[in-house]
Design a binder for this molecule. Structure first.
Ligand SMILES: N[C@@H](CCC(=O)N[C@@H](CS)C(=O)NCC(=O)O)C(=O)O
Length: 211
């Protein structure tokens, strides 16, 4: 088994979250770009991720899917990057990482699809959309990062969720969200990762142009 690290992605996807994290930890990795309609649903990739979704990483022969898990895994696999939680940060780190991957993801996508948990909110892990927005606003008004004063892998994921949903108009505007987005997106690793994916998008667009 080797330490080879492969990112399976599409530049127009949540694969950008995994790429950002890979750049944060300074990993050496290769990239396999998958096409939504063909290779992402093909047998070869479904053997890696039976969901037929991106991203996935394969590291030393082991598969990790789910962006939040990829962020947490890479933080531990590359401890020298200092993005795993310190003992005193663990409670906040796990709490808000899982909150972002569960309630935030569900609330924002359901609300976008015009689904309202309404009087069934007790049954839904996120309660209702407005509640999740207020809790997030409360969190990010109280501290610069998910665990306090220090950027961790939890911010790659939470920052991505807040960044994407803001970009697509899925989250109401709040000063705390805007300040957090600016803080996390100013990181060199974020800028590098986005430039690489933007270049892949431009390349694909050029290739699709009529000759
Ligand atoms: N929960 C997954 C979500 C992955 C996901 O939904 N990826 C989308 C792209 S952003 C995808 O691959 N969609 C293709 C499809 O479902 O056919 C994660 O966090 O990684």
């Amino acid at each position: 088994m080797t330490d080879q690290l492969i990112l399976y992605t599409n530049p127009q996807s949540r694969g950008r979250i995994a790429r950002w994290m890979l750049e944060e930890v300074g990993a050496t990795y290769s990239v396999e770009v998958l096409d939504y309609a063909s290779t992402m649903k093909g047998e070869a990739y479904r053997a890696i991720n039976p969901m037929g979704k991106v991203p996935a990483i394969v590291h030393g022969g082991k598969v990790v899917t789910e962006c939040a898990a990829i962020c947490a895994y890479l933080a531990e696999a590359f401890p020298e990057a200092g993005l795993a939680p310190l003992p005193e940060e663990r409670a906040d780190y796990y709490r808000w990482l899982f909150y972002a991957a569960g309630p935030v993801e569900q609330a924002t996508t359901n609300n976008y699809a015009k689904f309202d948990s309404g009087d069934q909110s007790r049954m839904f892990g996120y309660g209702n959309f407005d509640l999740v927005v207020d809790v997030l606003d409360g969190l990010l008004s109280s501290r610069p990062y998910a665990t306090g004063d220090r950027f961790t892998a939890a911010d790659v994921y939470l920052g991505s969720q807040i960044g994407w949903t803001t970009m697509f108009g899925m989250l109401p505007k709040r000063d705390s969200f805007a300040a957090y987005i600016e803080r996390v997106q100013s990181r060199a690793a974020y800028q590098r990762a986005w430039a690489m994916d933007d270049a892949l998008v431009a390349e694909a667009q050029k290739a699709a142009e009529p000759a």
